[in-house]
Design a protein around this ligand. Structure first.
Ligand code: FAD
Length: 412
């Protein structure tokens, strides 16, 4: 699958990337992780902490999949609001999902001091603005539900938004506890640390086919077989080529990173900014004084057409940025890219075992919070493989059928 098109960002921020060999022989391990993106990086790091005998392979260079296109916003709030999650999954499960995301962001924020390569993970606040006045009642309700369940949220009226940013919006929710990251550095720093902790890592090593046996899985690559007791598939959106999930949807999305600015615009606390419209636009700053804008999602099946669309879609993103911050007039994008993006129909990622694949576990962190989902999956799967029960996995079951749970106390 051609995952990414255009000029990808982040390479300039990590010039000497760690490199790993190609597998050239038959090997054995307790746990094989297939995929060296954010999902594989987080779970390999977590497995290394428990000393598990682990191998990680990637058919590309580490970090070259969707994680290279990732814009690095780490948020507790999801594409699907807490209110909507409570409506769909019931209050208890909706809140559980948000609490797991909160724990996931907190766990990511604790990483920097533990890693040898700086992942550039920085605590940030978030602003979720109402795209149109009609969204204000739902935003108020979301604020009530967030605060009632102990999540940080301030309701800001139009005047308060205007006094903190260059733009005016009918209302917004301002919250603390989120973060931004440099995804390429984060993936490399985690795999580098896992590698020093004993995880064997092989790049440019493609899993071609599998034999599922009673006592484990044999994974065939071009130059060697891997005999594993358990396999964690962390192949990102390309998992859909191996095992189609009816609840998963792949589309295309676009993003830009500007040249460094000499002046940061009127942008309160360099917060992460997004909106209530779906699909949404989102914006962030970087430690180098650049700005990132993303969105303009569209259905496109042909990756060649996506490559052609990068130019016009990036121009539109620049216009959206200048519409919010008129002082940025004349700003230029240094990197413009388009990429496959995955989400699920019910708004929850997939993670856990699958009845048709014995000894296998999947990390499919589909949705705008994929990095946070990867952290949740790493915790739940590492514990499961260590023999500890994690009933939270039921929420993310790969075979779930999303049945709306009526919740009379909450409006839809
Ligand atoms: C433009 C864009 C912006 C995004 N912004 C954000 C954001 O701000 N915040 C956020 O949290 N998420 C964001 N996401 C989502 C995020 O990128 C993903 O959730 C996450 O990076 C995916 O990580 P992954 O490990 O699942 O997949 P990948 O990074 O794609 O890693 C999977 C790896 O598996 C390897 N692989 C596949 N098949 C095989 C095989 N057969 N054998 C061996 N290796 C194989 C691939 O080479 C790849 O390296 C964004 C996504 C896009 C496209």
């Amino acid at each position: 699958m051609k995952l990414n098109s255009g000029q990808l960002p982040w390479d300039h921020t990590l010039l000497n990337k760690p490199a790993y060999p190609v597998l050239g022989e038959d090997i054995r391990c307790d746990c094989l992780i297939i995929g060296g993106g954010m999902g594989g990086a987080m779970v390999s790091y977590r497995m290394s902490l428990s000393g598990a005998d682990t191998v990680l392979i990637d058919k590309r260079a580490v970090g070259s999949g969707s994680s290279h296109a990732n814009t690095g916003l780490l948020q507790i709030a999801n594409d699907k609001s807490l209110t909507s999650c409570m409506n769909t999954f019931g209050e208890e499960n909706g809140v559980l999902f948000y609490k797991l995301c909160q724990q996931g962001v907190r766990a990511i924020l604790e990483l920097p001091g533990k890693l040898d390569i700086d992942p550039q993970i920085i605590p940030r606040s978030s602003l979720l603005y109402a795209s149109v006045p009609e969204d204000v009642p739902a935003l108020k309700l979301e604020h009530e539900n967030l605060t009632r369940h102990g999540f940080d949220s301030e309701y800001w009226d139009e005047e308060r938004v205007r006094s903190h940013y260059s733009f005016s919006k009918p209302a917004a929710l301002f919250s603390r506890g989120d973060a931004e990251t440099n995804p390429l550095r984060t993936v490399h720093s985690l795999i580098d640390k896992a590698h020093s902790g004993g995880v064997r890592v092989y790049e440019h090593t493609k899993a071609i086919r599998y034999e599922f046996n009673e006592d484990g899985v044999v994974c065939h690559t071009e130059n060697g077989r891997i005999f594993a007791k358990n396999v964690i598939f962390a192949m990102g959106y390309e998992t859909q080529e191996m095992k189609k999930d009816r609840g998963a949807e792949l589309i295309n999305t676009y993003a830009i990173m500007t040249k460094p600015l000499s002046v940061v615009p009127k942008w309160h606390e360099q917060s992460l900014i997004w909106e209530t419209a779906r699909p949404y636009l989102y914006f962030r700053t970087t430690p180098e004084g650049r700005l990132i804008a993303g969105g303009k999602d569209e259905q496109l099946t042909d990756p060649e057409r996506r490559s052609v669309r990068v130019l016009s879609q990036s121009q539109r993103l620049l216009e959206e940025l200048v519409a919010l911050f008129p002082e940025l007039h004349g700003i230029e994008a240094e990197y413009s890219w388009g990429a496959v993006f995955g989400s699920t129909r019910d708004g929850l990622p997939f993670m856990g075992p699958h009845p048709e694949y014995p000894h296998c576990y999947f990390i499919e962190g589909y949705g705008g919070n994929g990095t946070v989902y990867s952290m949740i999956a790493a915790e739940l799967l590492a514990d499961t493989l260590a023999g500890k029960k994690r009933p939270e996995l039921d929420l993310f079951s790969l075979t779930r059928t999303a049945k709306p749970v009526p919740s009379p106390a909450i409006q839809s």
